[in-house]
Design a protein around this ligand. Structure first.
Ligand code: SAM
Length: 249
């Protein structure tokens, strides 16, 4: 049966293309790509000549209907984005939802994503986390949004534009405290790859001189447990002994 493949592509280093991604991109009838010129370079690097159509945020709705019609006509389709995993802060969600609703098989061909790459090396708790995508571009909206996350008990992950990093770090220091630990993963898998970890204050100093360049994932460590969240000794003992609670003495 015709299948929609959601195919991850490298976030910088072309060696991060999987063997399965290469095979699927060769075999499908058409590849839907965010920017066809950009993707043509990737595909010609691997000698893949599959036809490309554009599917970006401005035409995703109309394009999804056309792609669904082709899938229903028996042609398999692969969706790729400029970098990383489609649908993660990238087009794809509408097409996937539409295909699934129509009973078309949707299959993941997983691979790189800046989100998981950054989390996996940042050294911040990652057994659970909250991915917030891009922060609102306007300063006030960004600060209001960050304020709602101040007590978040999970590591926070954002995609951030380099020219906004410094003002965002300043907002993080103000809202989360200057000592809150952060990580800034820049240009992952590329030549100028950098992973900064430290307090918000140290990050501000580190990125202070010169314009910051490249692609960035910003991570914020979880809020420390407040005193109210920390179990008192009798309750902890009771739990360890398998009792609900100790009778008052
Ligand atoms: N779908 C993609 C993914 O799975 O990673 C993300 C697409 S989003 C439009 C692009 C953002 O991802 C960039 O602005 C940056 O925040 C982050 N990003 C992409 N490549 C990166 C890299 N090599 N290093 C750090 N961040 C990267």
């Amino acid at each position: 049966a015709a299948t929609l493949y959601i195919v991850a592509t490298p976030i910088g280093n072309l060696e991060d293309m999987t063997l399965r991604a290469l095979r699927v991109l060769k075999e499908v009838a058409v590849i839907a790509a965010e920017d066809t010129r950009h993707s043509r370079k990737l595909l010609s690097h691997y000698g893949i000549g599959t036809p490309l159509v554009a599917c970006h945020e401005h035409n995703e709705e109309a394009r999804s209907a056309q792609l669904l019609a082709r899938l229903q006509g028996g042609e398999s389709v692969a969706l790729i984005s400029d970098a990383g995993t489609p649908a993660i802060s990238d087009p794809g969600f509408l097409l996937v939802r539409r295909c699934r609703a129509a009973g078309v098989e949707v299959v993941a061909v997983p691979g790189p994503s800046a989100l998981t790459a950054a989390l996996s090396v940042a050294g911040l708790p990652c057994h659970r986390f909250a991915f917030e995508g891009f922060l609102p571009p306007k300063k006030k909206a960004r600060e209001d949004f960050l304020l709602t996350l101040r007590d978040e008990p999970r590591t926070l992950v954002f995609y951030e534009a380099p020219h906004r990093l410094q003002v965002t770090l300043e907002a993080v220091a103000r809202i989360f405290g200057r000592q809150r630990q952060v990580a800034v993963a820049r240009e992952l898998t590329k030549k100028h790859e950098e992973l900064f970890t430290g307090s918000a204050e140290e990050a501000i100093a580190h990125f202070a001189d010169g314009a910051v360049r490249g692609e960035i994932v910003l991570l914020i460590a979880p809020a420390e447990k407040s005193a109210a969240d920390i179990e008192d000794v009798p309750t902890a003992l009771a739990r360890l002994c398998g009792e609900e609670s100790l009778p008052p003495s």
